[in-house]
Design a protein around this ligand. Sequence first.
Ligand code: SF4
Length: 648
Amino acid sequence: MMKRMHRKKLSLAVAQALSAGILVGLSAPSAYAQPAPPPAERIEKLTVTGSRLPVSPNLESTSPISIITPADIALEHPVSIENLINNMPQVFASQGNMLSNAATGTATIDLRGLGAARTLVLINGRRMVPGGTGANSAADLSTIPAAAIERIEVLKDGASAVYGSDAVAGVVNIITRKNFRQTDLNAFTGLSTRGDGTTYDFNVTTGAGGDRGNITFSAGYYNQQPVWAGDRSWAAIPRAFSAASDRADLLRRLSHERGFYIPSFYDPYYGPDGALAGYHVSGDAPLPVHKAALKTTEAVDPPVTSIFTPDTEFGARLLIEVVRGCANLCRFCWAGYNYLPVRPFPTERILELAEAARPFANRVGLVSIALCDHPDIERILARLKEMGYSISPASLRLDDLTEPIVRVLRESGERTITIAPETGSDRLRRVINKTVTNDEILDRAELIFASGIENLKLYYMLGLPTETDEDLVAIRDLTLQLRDIMMKHARAKGHVGRIGGSVNPLIPKPGTAYQWLAMTDAATIDQKSRRLRTLMADIDNVYFNIKSERHSYYQALLSLGDRRVAPVIVAAERNGQNWRAAVVEAGVDADRFLFRDRSRDPVLPWDIIDGGMKATFFRSELEKGFREEWTLPPKRAAENAKLLPVIQ
Ligand code: SF4
């Protein structure tokens, strides 16, 4: 074959020389028309006998060749050749040796999707014996130890004219190490992005030889724990779809999967007082239904804006979640209890996604209920600032607010920071388990205003358990002290910012320590609102927005209602969101859902879904609150996960 190729090259060279001569001959007449050339200088002949410059096979070959070099192999650390070659775009990934279902257990290569039997595999230029089982006549790559490979050349064009029909899709030539006179030891271990499929790979390659020959020995041990299709929660839907005989059977199957609640399988019944008493359950549907959640977000992409358009509320702002959950355990907070444990998203992915979105967004909104719980928050903020983003955090938890965080926010252009003291007195903060004191709030305010931030936004609540008039006065007093700090720093700069307050009535939320409490009645909330407005009136540079009970009424109805409230939602959708009319039309006694003590109810409507937190824990938290005791938050996710139920 080589001789024939040499002959071909030689005949090609002769043909080229002849055609050059013919061209010279053809151009000769015009040369005679030119003036006589000056006498030719003597030109010395230079003969190149060799070169150390590397020549790409693509320059020698008429067909395109891709090469996986030793450097690529070292970088990838493939556990099999199949893994390595499958990274190439022209390869149709088979991954057959990793699959148990409908696979042969062999590792094959399939160029351009024409079938593995149409890709010729060579080892050092020699045809590899097909290793497939049964009718599979493709070469099995798993018989070649990855550690013994020097490089891989892939001829991406069909070569059937040279090799035959098994090279229609192309040729893969695996070149093994030669003259190997050393010993290589490699050890590798890894996990899937879901924390399973643990893989171990150990191999040794050694070689010896001299002028007359060389011997290479390679051995390896490879073990990967199985990952079954059913180990992934998303497999539940296709599995149920493929097995179900009809719609009813599909719903029955899904009802046994974690995270699926099929309301039609649970027929509620009510006691004489109208309170929910229990459910008649169809068939073997589980009661309660268990929530599905990831234990960790270490290998999960954060939720992030993927469509940028000025036609939405946030316009061209990049919104990205940095950390899920909050370890503070405020007794009124649904998000705090229901997103436990605290799970940060991977720092590098957050930054990669932000980098990719930079051409479309100038501002980044960091969406997290406790942003500073991310262990890398300072680095994330610093990098976002370097990318040129203006950074807009959600409400910041005071206890983790540090000088570098505030400084980066200021330098990125942020002029307002939002914090949530919730109330004005340390006593009431112990009741609700907001574990910061007024001294700490003032201390952080000093930090905030000293950094150059001009405005402060404050969240407060009205109608908290045990709240008295003294607590309302304490809101005024705390705000005045915060204003003093703002004014001190404003004087030095000659520019005064503002303090804004947003005050909302407390809605006792399902799945919290307050789930049994009645909402404070409308008259009391209105009286407290009026009192607070009076207290906050006429304070320069302080602007409070105090919401009435009516403002929260329908939000509370949706929070605290059961399925008897569903007709209200339907009516509101029909009448253009007129909730008052919708309640009247549906004939629902909304007050009954809002202003009723539920502590004696045998079942609460939201108990049908087990979110992982126990009612006994909520009861003890409620009682601790009335005793004005804190449950100090474990500061970080690891401690938090040990103390609280972990949801799978
Ligand atoms: S600090 Fe409290 S209110 Fe804020 S997210 Fe955490 S638990 Fe909820």
